[in-house]
Design a binder for this molecule. Structure first.
Ligand code: PRP
Length: 173
């Protein structure tokens, strides 16, 4: 499969540092719970927390979307839930990509039912036209992006940079 460069390691590192600074300034002494949306967010979250200068906790959710074809449109179900007691806590959802934004919206709704003090969201990549998360890295045009935790058929998650599949896809394209 042919891959085209999208964002380099250096660009990603700079974006992660910028987001970490924004988070560190937004949550100076409230020990937010960073909730990674599995699986794609695991690399971004790992790098992000190592740039934070504030106390924090980490937890995870796994969401699965059902819909037509391979796209993420459709109903989103939480298949693995957080373990942390979120009532009264400040929560930041961490996504690798907000594509349609449906996953973030569904997870935010789910987290709100736990009565947190606040919920905000963060995504490294935001597809053009998608609702804007509170903290974000890059805007993304068309193309199915892989690497830095993101997969195509479970492959490419270990790429250090972000690349796009040359072939046209229905999901993330
Ligand atoms: C991807 C990505 C987001 C979601 C974004 O997950 O990691 O969770 O799609 O799409 P949306 O904004 O249109 O809802 P994917 O379904 O590929 O699962 P994975 O993270 O386990 O690879």
């Amino acid at each position: 499969m042919e891959l085209e460069p999208r964002f380099s390691e250096t660009q990603i590192r700079e974006a992660v540092r910028r987001i970490a600074l924004e988070l560190s300034q937004a949550y100076p002494d409230t020990c937010p719970v960073l909730v990674g949306v599995l699986k794609g967010s695991f690399v971004f979250l790992a790098d992000l927390v190592r740039e934070l200068t504030i106390p924090f906790e980490v937890d995870f959710v796994r969401a699965r979307s059902y819909g037509a074809g391979t796209g993420s449109s459709g109903k989103v179900e939480i298949v693995t839930d957080v373990e942390t007691e979120l009532k009264g806590r400040h929560v930041v959802l961490v996504e690798d990509i907000a594509d349609t934004g449906l996953t973030l919206e569904a997870v935010m709704e789910h987290i709100r039912s736990r009565q947190p003090a606040s919920v905000r969201c963060c995504a490294l990549l935001v597809r053009d036209g998608c609702p804007q998360p509170d903290f974000r890295g890059f805007s993304l045009g068309p193309g199915f992006v892989v690497g830095y935790g993101m997969d195509y058929a479970e492959g490419y998650r270990g790429l250090r940079e972000l690349r796009a599949l040359a072939e046209k896809r229905t999901a993330r394209s």
